[in-house]
Design a protein around this ligand. Structure first.
Ligand code: SF4
Ligand code: SF4
Length: 444
């Protein structure tokens, strides 16, 4: 075992409140399966799936219910055993609708069965990729990118980084998984290395998770090709480019991806899902979600089935102390507001937060006072004040000239702005506006 002490990324960044103490010490709890599971046919970046079951069909837990022939896609699976009672548009947590397979749970948890493998070291790279694809594994840190695609990088890679930074406030699901299931994560990492041909694996963990660091160090003890990088507690340490810079001192070029600098980054939970798919033959139909925020009675990390309505998840955590000011999916910095509590848990949902008015603060959008705090903290070396201004005014080409597309949407600029300007909201709108403008130009 070797211990790699990495400092942090060199540019921008800042301290933000962690607010993790409500859940970071509590063991993961298992929530009973829902009576009705709503399985959206798109839970990933890429092509949506087509249903491969019909209303009235009996399904088993872990059985494929949606499939796509597209390379960039991932199948979806039943999270309970029971009967398909509808295939129809159902609301998602973000307020949009998606074609979904609705399953009435028969309470039996009858497993579909999968291929169990005793010795993962004997698996060939393409067998690993195929099993990961069949299991429907996607990036569980929030991105939702199909993992089998990542395991097939177009350029040689020498390193797999496991992102255990979890720098977003409130979220602790990766922390708890590392503290409780480090050995499984390590097996998943070794399989990812085999699939990609990478010779070394590094698990990056922020220094505020000493119990997780100790467990992971213990789990890698017999593997000389693995190491732990202890990272400074600094936002956004878990952003992919910042993580790579901190650990490997490699700079992903503008518009580039980690494989351009010889590495692949995977999330903690994703690595565990890879282990489960290969070793247990288990598909991706449940996950650990951090349920937290000042408006939640009993914040905790919950192992919950995909397809469980968010309102049931909150009820499992004791419900609300009062009316939440806002409910956020993901962390408060990079997450998005929940519009429909009837929407289901999906594969890439790392947390749901019910926040009070005091936690949310205020949003005034006062005039810019040119203090440049946003510029000082930007980890990408951008000028967020100008990017926000141009985007807000619809001057997308001007924003593009000052590297609009390099923004990683970490929200730190908005967080530090004393005028509480909605910089990142405008920047996101600017990116969408620029893409629409370019598409229009292409057509004409
Ligand atoms: S949201 Fe974008 S512009 Fe703002 S600090 Fe983060 S990277 Fe910089
Ligand atoms: S931090 Fe806010 S007020 Fe200061 S320069 Fe940036 S946008 Fe303007």
């Amino acid at each position: 075992m070797s211990l790699l002490i990495a400092k942090t990324f060199p540019r921008g960044g800042g301290d933000i409140p962690h607010r993790k103490s409500a859940t970071d010490h509590k063991p993961i709890v298992v929530m009973p399966a829902p009576e009705i599971a709503v399985i959206p046919l798109q839970q990933h970046i890429g092509a949506p799936c087509e249903p491969v079951v019909a209303v009235g069909d009996k399904v088993k837990m872990g059985q494929v219910v949606g499939q796509s022939k597209a390379f960039i896609s991932a199948p979806v699976h039943a999270s309970v055993s029971g009967q398909v009672v509808a295939i129809e548009e159902r609301p998602l947590a973000n307020g949009q609708k998606a074609l979904s397979v609705v399953i009435k749970n028969d309470g039996r948890d009858e497993p579909a069965g999968g291929t169990k493998r005793a010795d993962l070291r004997k698996l060939a790279a393409n067998a690993i990729r195929q099993a990961v694809k069949d299991a429907g594994i996607v990036g569980m840190g929030g991105a939702g990118f199909p993992t089998h695609v990542k395991l097939n990088p177009p350029k040689p890679v020498d390193t797999i980084l496991i992102n255990g930074a979890e720098c977003e406030p409130y979220l602790t699901c990766d922390h708890r998984l590392m503290a409780e299931r480090a050995a499984e994560m390590v097996q998943g990492l070794l399989a990812i290395m085999k699939a990609t041909g990478a010779a070394q694996g590094v698990i990056g963990i922020e220094a505020n998770k000493p119990d997780a660091i100790a467990k992971v160090q213990e789990a890698i003890a017999e593997y000389g090709e693995l190491s732990v990088a202890i990272l400074q507690v600094r936002y956004p340490q878990g952003a992919e480019k910042q993580l790579i810079k901190a650990i490997l001192n490699r700079e992903v070029p503008s518009g580039g991806l980690p494989h351009d600098v010889g590495c692949v980054v995977s999330n903690v939970h994703t690595a565990i899902a890879v282990y489960e798919a290969l070793s247990l033959g288990k598909s991706s139909y449940e996950r650990v979600v951090t349920v937290s925020g000042g408006a939640v009675v009993d914040p905790r990390n919950v192992l919950v089935r995909v397809g469980t309505p968010l309102e049931e998840l909150f009820e499992f955590c004791g419900g609300f102390l009062g009316e939440p000011e806002v409910i956020v999916c993901g962390g408060p910095m990079t997450g998005w507001p929940v519009q429909d509590l009837g929407g289901p848990v999906v594969k890439n949902m790392s947390g749901v937060l019910a926040l009070t008015k005091e936690e949310v603060g205020f949003d005034e959008n006062l005039p810019c006072i040119r203090c440049e705090r946003c510029v000082q903290v930007c980890p990408m070396g951008l000028t967020p004040n100008l990017l926000g201004e141009y985007s807000h005014m619809g001057m997308y080409k001007e924003a593009e000239r000052i590297h609009l597309r390099d923004c990683i949407e970490c929200s730190l600029c908005s967080y530090v702005c004393p005028a509480k300007r909605a910089l990142v909201t405008w920047i996101k709108q600017g990116k969408a506006g620029l893409a629409a403008e370019k598409a229009k130009e292409k057509v004409s």
